[in-house]
Design a protein around this ligand. Structure first.
Ligand SMILES: [Zn+2]
Length: 92
């Protein structure tokens, strides 16, 4: 089986709190489906976050911080598992 092996760079996106402008929003592990049924009308903004500075609570459509990988070079085609070399050595 063949794979493409690509070097990547990793970035973390922290959502800056729009209330205090200093803290960042951290996903609390809760979403609106684990809350009261009255709160399930919130559509896409279902993940509860809390500012790590002013403790403002905010709903968001995705979980932050978010890790994003970007390509950092050309891909290389590799085969895995590697085939034994056909150089005539005994396989054992
Ligand atoms: Zn804040």
């Amino acid at each position: 089986m063949f794979f493409k092996k690509t070097p990547v760079r990793q970035f973390r996106y922290d959502a800056v709190c729009d209330r205090c402008g200093e803290g960042v929003l951290i996903y609390t592990g809760k979403d609106s489906h684990s809350m009261h049924p009255m709160m399930q009308h919130l559509g896409g903004n279902k993940y509860f976050h809390k500012c790590n500075k002013c403790e403002a609570v905010k709903l968001a459509p995705e979980q932050w911080p978010r890790i994003v990988l970007e390509d950092d070079g050309a891909s290389e085609l590799i085969e895995f598992p590697a085939k034994p070399k056909s150089d005539g050595s005994p396989a054992g």
